[in-house]
Every structure is written in C-alpha cells, then in structure tokens.
Write a protein that binds this ligand. Structure first.
Ligand code: PMP
Length: 358
C-alpha cells in the first residue's frame, strides 16, 4: 500500500445498537443511542412517502445529475443549478474536494478538535495536514489564516463544529475569508446550520458572489433526519462544482436518497419540530450536567460535549446500562464525552445512567 494510506487511522463511528445488544444481552429496543448526532424524531414523513414512491422505479439508474433535487435547492438559495454539487453525504464532498485539490506536496489547514473526516480526506489524497491549535475548543481563525503555507490549497472550517459544538459569528468568518489567498478553497461545513437560532443563522450563501473560492456544505443527515440515506450538498462557484463533478462517480447519490431529500426539504413542519425538540433537549441535558457538577462546552448544535475525567470508564458504565454516547479521545479530548440531544425520555435515560456511572 502507499505509505500515506498506512498512516491513516480509520474513522470510528458510534457503536451500533445491534453490537451493544449482542454484547450485553439488553434488547435493542431498550438501548438509547445518542452517539451520532442523529434526529430523535426519525425521518420526515414527507421524506418517507417520497422515498417509498421512488421504490417503484428501482430497476432504473438514479438521475445522475440529481436534477429535481438541485432544482429545489437552486430555488431555495436563489442560485444556478451549476453551482450545486451533490454528495453521498457531505462526507463525500470533502473527499472529492481533497481528490481535486490535494496531493503529495499540498496541504490542508483545519482546527484541532475539528471534524475527523478532514484529516481522513486529506491523508487519503496524499496531502499534508496542518492542524491549528484551538481557542476555547473552537476554531482560532487568526491562527488558521496565519498557518496557511505556500502549498496550502484547502481550508476546512466547521460552523458549528463537531465534536465541540462551538460557533463562529458571521462577522469573524467574513473577515477570515477576506484574508485568504484566492487559490485556497475554503470549505465551510455547515452540517449543523439549521440548529442555530434564527438570529445567528444569517445567510452565508450570500457570500458566494464575493468569494469564488468558497464552498458551503450542508447535509440532509441532521435536522432532516436522513443520515442513513447519505445526502449532502455543496454550494460554490460553477468552476469548483464542475471540478467536483469530474471526480465523482456517475450515480453517487442513489434514487431513494434523491427522492427522500426532495420530500425532506419540503417538510417545514418536521424541521420546526426537530428544532424545537433540540432546543428543549439541550436545556434538559445542560441542566442535568450542571446538576452533576460537570463542565460542558456551550453547544450550538444537536449534541453537547462534557468533561468527566476518566471518560473511557464512564463510557463503559453507560454502555453496561444500554446507553451509547461518543468518546472523543481520537479528537484529542480523552476526558470528554459527547452526547447527542435525544427525545425527552432518551435524555432522561441518559442522565439517569450518567448519575449511576458517576
Ligand atoms: N460535518 C460535520 C461537522 C459532521 O459532524 C458530520 C456528521 N457527523 C458531517 C459533516 C457529515 O455528515 P454527512 O456525511 O452525513 O452529510
């Protein structure tokens, strides 16, 4: 194998429910999984019926250009379809970016404690990672701008960030963009954008005209509840989108995912309910953590990261009680755990299990 492939540590997903059920003998239905920032409301009903309708045509290849989904997104954001890239999850877009812009002798800049797929995609393309120390567990944009080397071609910024839940105000981000060389692509990963309160959400899409080197990525996996179907999209310049399209597989997003995404984007009631549930669930979790005297990082997303000291031991005790959260030692945070905001009873189960574990 290529030496840079050997250097990669594989992505560690949340523990699957079936695996824990087998290990502990706890029935699957009794297991609470709050480990992968999934939507506790499930999938949108509109998405489900659109997906089921699409099962009638599964002998056909998917629409390889994703025409209908792109039309919906183009209308929503007021941009041309040529400026929209579709991915098998937004993860695939990061991989395509890396394959288009990175190679041995080129580097990508990202923050410490940022999303794990940035280094994975960079390394898989043979690129070099420039990891910038974090500021209060969030991105230090000044340090990131200063870290850009002559061979840097990509900067990854997650806003809000996973696994820390930190948020960068629009004005700071905009100032950062104006500082960067135009031959550096900025991937602004907004997987959790829809969980921001409306007054913070702003519209970064309006910046695309000003910055042709900006690619905004979003996903149907979080508030839209379609993580299992794998759909993400990127909004950028027609030039960048064209490059990504050259690199992708012809049918990278499958028919069921395309149909469900169109249904989900139209389900405003579901999104509103998911948002409200997340707000109250975050409050519930934070109140519980405070009650136990545990520190946490204020979160702008659908999870909260909290400090427990011996996180591996506490995690083990949670697992024994059928509660799956996410240890984040691989993100350089061995004393912390990340819990996804669940439904009210799921959050309560988690807090009761944590109480015992402590
Ligand atoms: N970006 C961030 C910051 C994430 O946390 C995630 C999901 N864990 C993704 C992107 C990828 O999401 P998906 O590939 O499901 O679109």
């Amino acid at each position: 194998a290529l030496p840079y492939v050997r250097a990669i540590s594989p992505y560690q997903p949340g523990k699957p429910i079936a695996e824990l059920a087998r290990e502990t003998g706890i029935p699957e239905a009794h297991i609470v999984k709050l480990a992968s920032n999934e939507n506790p409301l499930g999938m949108s009903p509109k998405a489900r019926s659109a997906m089921l309708a699409a099962t009638a045509d599964l002998e056909r290849y998917p629409d390889g250009s994703g025409f209908t989904l792109k039309a919906v997104l183009a209308e929503r954001y007021g941009i041309a379809q040529e400026r929209i890239a579709l991915g098998n999850g937004s993860n695939e877009l990061f991989e395509l970016v890396a394959r288009v812009f990175l190679a041995p002798g080129r580097s990508a800049v990202f923050s410490r404690h940022a999303f794990a797929v940035y280094p994975l995609a960079t390394l898989a393309a043979g690129g070099t990672c420039i990891e910038v120390p974090a500021k209060d567990y969030g991105h230090d944009l000044d340090a990131m701008a200063a870290a850009i080397a002559p061979d840097t071609r990509v900067v990854f910024v997650a806003n809000p960030n996973n696994p820390t839940g930190t948020f960068l105000p629009r004005a700071e981000l905009h100032a950062f963009l104006t500082k960067l060389p135009t031959d550096v692509l900025v991937v602004l990963d907004e997987a959790y954008n829809e969980y921001l309160p409306p007054e913070l959400r702003g519209e970064t899409v309006a910046w695309l005209e000003e910055f042709p080197n900006l690619l905004i990525t979003r996903t149907l996996s979080k508030i839209y509840g379609l993580a299992g179907l794998r759909v993400g999209y990127g909004l950028g310049s027609a030039v960048v989108v064209d490059l990504l399209n050259r690199m992708r597989q012809p049918f990278n997003v499958n028919s069921l995912a395309l149909a469900a995404a169109v249904g989900a984007l139209d389900d405003h009631a579901f999104v509103a309910e998911s948002y409200a549930m997340n707000r109250s669930g975050l409050e519930q979790l934070v109140a519980g953590l405070k009650h136990f005297g545990l520190g946490h990082i204020p979160s702008y997303a659908n999870f909260v990261t909290f400090k427990v000291g011996d996180a591996a031991a506490v995690n083990q005790k949670l697992l024994q009680q059928g509660v799956i959260v996410r240890p984040i030692a691989s993100y350089g945070m061995p004393e912390w755990l990340r819990v996804t905001v669940g439904s009210e009873p799921e959050n309560a189960r988690f807090l009761a299990a944590l109480d015992k574990a402590l």
